[in-house]
Design a binder for this molecule. Structure first.
Ligand code: BGC
Length: 739
């Protein structure tokens, strides 16, 4: 079990700041864990050690050769029964127990909303609950490793896996990843933070190299991992497909040894992404386990490794190091003492966790004349489009969860994407059913939206219209642009023009453009809302739930505002036949460099730097009540502490997300803290936040530490990245922060 410890930063001057962290290094009983790993290692044969270092996909193993009674998931590593070392049975991932490889058996699990929806809650406690719930389902299905903890930053709104991740800000994403990991691991299930590092787009994910200067990495993507690891203490880190600085992430000594081990003191093990290992040198670079080995050109960490040991070029100590780290994690997280066994699951109770997450993650973007919540006036409601009669949309790829009740509809994804991998699946409570339930006396009609004229006519005669828009997203495929899926912008434009009492509900995994926004009465951004998302939408429409989600990602007004107006690699030739069979991405595309001109200024920081106005800013979201801010005080010096009061000055209960941004001289602003504050009407709360000193620092590459320069800084108490309500100035002292 991990223990909360205080991590002290050595300082020059008197700037000795403390950051709360969970450190694997100081976990109680860690000596015991190390001693047990050492003892087991001493008793193991070379073959046994090597057996811990590679995992296979059991779906690709002939049924007769599969270990008995093992649940099929993403990966399997043999145990060593004579020494009590448990097998590692791994499943995806962050949104629930994904059953991609096993859908034919009809297995289902509770589907949480997408990562961006979870991030939009800005609520670590809720995200922790979600992690606890999905970890418990993993355990009850016989898994003991979850490949959950996706914390890659959103750098481009078109990236295919944005929906799995936790937004564009390292503090927000890292904090929430840490919370999710804590929740998962409370079940004696190892959680895997991923994909380390800079796997921020799918195009060229297996061939491209991200070229970024080290300070920029340390202050952005790596910081998200650093915070996530400190707070969550994951048993494992998954290295990414792509190259960083010309070297594959899974054989990159800078990432795996310098940063992860030496600088951050990570004590768990590193597993590869599935099909991300390219040589045996990965072992000495710091990779401990080759997972999904059948997808690689060679079984590097089994047959190749044994040959290298036999032939002499590789020292057995490299194998010992990797095996020791794996054993240590198994013991540290109690996989041996608390073995996962299949047991029943309370899907109703778990569904409530999914519903609450959806309710808090939905963002109200627009609400003209307080159209929402809908009150008694809504007698004749026309619901249109988005398969609202069938279910809600989910993102595709390895994270996809077949929800309880199964997929009611699966549509083909565009040509060039393997249908077995990327499903456009609809499931969960249909929004139409939930709306009927929430408005029992209203006459609720439905049209699927395929006939735009008919939809507009229905909108005209209804007193209120709820029109759904979708944008599908999947692993292995980036988006072409920010438009909704084919025909839907036209549908929404026609419906919103036909009736001003319209509510647009968006189910999307990414930021989207809203060319019809001026005509929208209200816009609810539901993301991929998970299996109880239909009810969450209806509860917000009816005012049973007051929306409190805030954007964890910037919605640009136009693509030319982005650091890369054209997605890197988007002009490559279309996928070859072979690539198509292999997920549909340009896996074998020629190597190319990915450059992110924003460097550490991902998302809203880039917009700040360029003084560009987004369509909807990071941190933005409306409520059915109003909140007033007062008494902002910022105290600098050795530590930056900010204090302020939030009051609910409206007439209904609600939760606010006051955000504090700091601008250092010559730098783009950045989020240094927030709180999620639930208040009854008239109630007030004083909030105190202390900045993590790294957020005030620059990373000094030659000296390999963080440096805070003495400076006068501007502190904003804000409703979003562009909406400061109160500002203050203070001075911070110079300091050096050493990990
Ligand atoms: C994904 C990982 C996933 C793994 C196992 C890969 O395609 O990138 O996120 O955990 O497959 O399913």
């Amino acid at each position: 079990m991990a223990k909360i410890t205080t991590r002290l930063f050595a300082s020059t001057g008197l700037f000795a700041l403390a950051a709360t962290a969970i450190s694997a290094n100081a976990a109680p009983g860690s000596d015991d864990v190390d001693a047990r790993a050492e003892k087991a290692l001493a008793e193991m044969t070379r073959e046994e050690k090597v057996s811990l270092l590679h995992g296979r996909m059991l779906m690709m193993v002939a049924p007769a050769s599969r270990p008995e009674g093992v649940t099929l998931g993403a990966g399997y590593v043999d145990g060593i029964p004579r020494l009590g070392v448990p097998p590692q049975i791994a499943t995806d991932a962050s949104l629930g127990v994904s059953n991609l490889m096993d859908m034919r058996r009809g297995d289902v699990a509770t589907a949480l909303p997408s990562g961006l929806a979870l991030a939009a809650t800005w609520n670590p406690a809720l995200v922790r609950d979600g992690g606890r719930m999905i970890g418990s389902e993993a355990r009850a299905k016989g898994f003991n490793v979850m490949l959950g903890g996706g914390v890659n930053l959103v750098r481009d709104p078109r990236a295919g896996r944005n929906f799995e991740y936790l937004g564009e800000d390292p503090l927000l994403a890292g904090t929430l990843a840490g919370a999710q990991i804590q929740g998962i691991q409370s079940n004696h299930v190892i959680s895997t933070i991923k994909h380390f590092a800079l796997n921020d787009q799918e195009t060229g994910r297996s061939s491209a190299s991200v070229e970024m200067d080290e300070a920029a990495m340390r202050e952005s993507d790596l910081l998200a991992f650093e915070i996530g690891i400190e707070k969550g203490n994951p048993g494992s880190v998954m290295c990414a497909y792509n190259k960083v600085g010309g070297i594959y992430a899974c054989e990159n000594p800078f990432l795996l040894t310098q940063v992860l081990r030496k600088d951050w003191g990570f004590r768990g093990f590193v597993m590869s992404d599935w099909g991300a290992v390219h040589s045996l040198s990965a072992l000495e670079a710091g990779l401990d386990q080759q997972q999904g080995e059948q997808l690689d050109a060679k079984r590097w960490f089994s047959t190749e490794l044994i040959s290298a040991l036999n032939a002499g070029p590789l020292a057995e100590s490299a194998v010992d190091t990797a095996a020791r780290r794996i054993l240590r994690s198994l013991y540290a997280h109690g996989l041996d003492t608390h073995p996962s066994t299949t047991s029943s699951i309370d899907y109703d109770a778990n569904g409530v966790v999914a519903r609450r997450a959806a309710e808090e993650g939905i963002v109200l973007l627009r609400n003209q004349q307080n159209l929402l919540p809908l009150r008694a006036a809504a007698r004749k409601i026309a619901v249109i489009g988005g398969h609202a009669d069938i279910g809600v949309l989910s993102g595709g790829g390895s994270s996809q969860v077949a929800p309880v009740g199964g997929f009611r509809k699966v549509e083909p994804v565009r040509e060039g994407v393997a249908a077995s991998f990327a499903r456009k699946g609809y499931g969960g409570t249909p929004p139409l059913e939930a709306i009927r339930h929430a408005f029992p006396t209203a006459q609720v009609t439905f049209l699927d939206g395929s006939d735009v004229q008919a939809a507009a006519a229905a909108a005209r005669v209804a007193d209120t219209v709820v029109v759904f828009g979708e944008k599908y997203a999947t692993e292995a495929l980036d988006q072409r642009d920010l438009s909704l899926d084919a025909g839907q912008d036209e549908l929404i434009a026609a419906v919103t023009a036909a009736n001003s009492r319209n509510i647009v509900v968006l189910e999307t995994g990414n930021p989207v453009a809203m060319p019809w926004a001026d005509k929208a009465g209200a816009i609810l951004l539901a993301w991929f809302p998970g299996q109880r998302g239909g009810e969450a939408i209806a509860n917000i429409l009816a005012g049973k739930v007051n929306p409190s989600g805030r954007l964890p990602v910037t919605f640009p007004a136009r693509l030319d505002q982005l650091p890369n107006p054209t997605l890197p690699g988007a002009n490559l030739p279309p996928p070859s036949k072979e690539d198509r069979a292999n997920y549909g991405i340009n896996t074998n595309s020629p190597a190319f460099d990915i450059r992110y001109p924003e460097g550490s200024d991902a998302g809203y920081r880039w917009f700040d730097r360029k003084a560009a106005k987004p369509a909807y800013a990071f941190g933005y979201g409306l409520s059915y009540t109003q909140f007033a801010y007062s008494k902002l005080q910022a105290k600098g010096g050795k530590a930056l502490t900010v204090r302020f009061t939030v009051t609910n000055v409206g007439s209904v209960a609600g939760a606010d997300v006051p955000q504090v941004y700091v601008t250092l001289p010559g730098k783009a602003k950045r989020l240094i803290g927030w709180d999620k504050v639930a208040l009854a009407p008239g109630e007030k709360r004083t909030v105190t936040l202390t900045a993590d000193p790294r957020l005030l620092a620059s990373y000094d590459v030659p000296k390999r530490h963080w440096t805070v320069s003495a400076a006068n800084i501007r502190v904003e108490l804000s409703r979003s990245a562009i909406d400061p309500v109160l500002t203050a100035q203070t001075r911070i002292d110079a300091a050096t922060l050493r990990p």
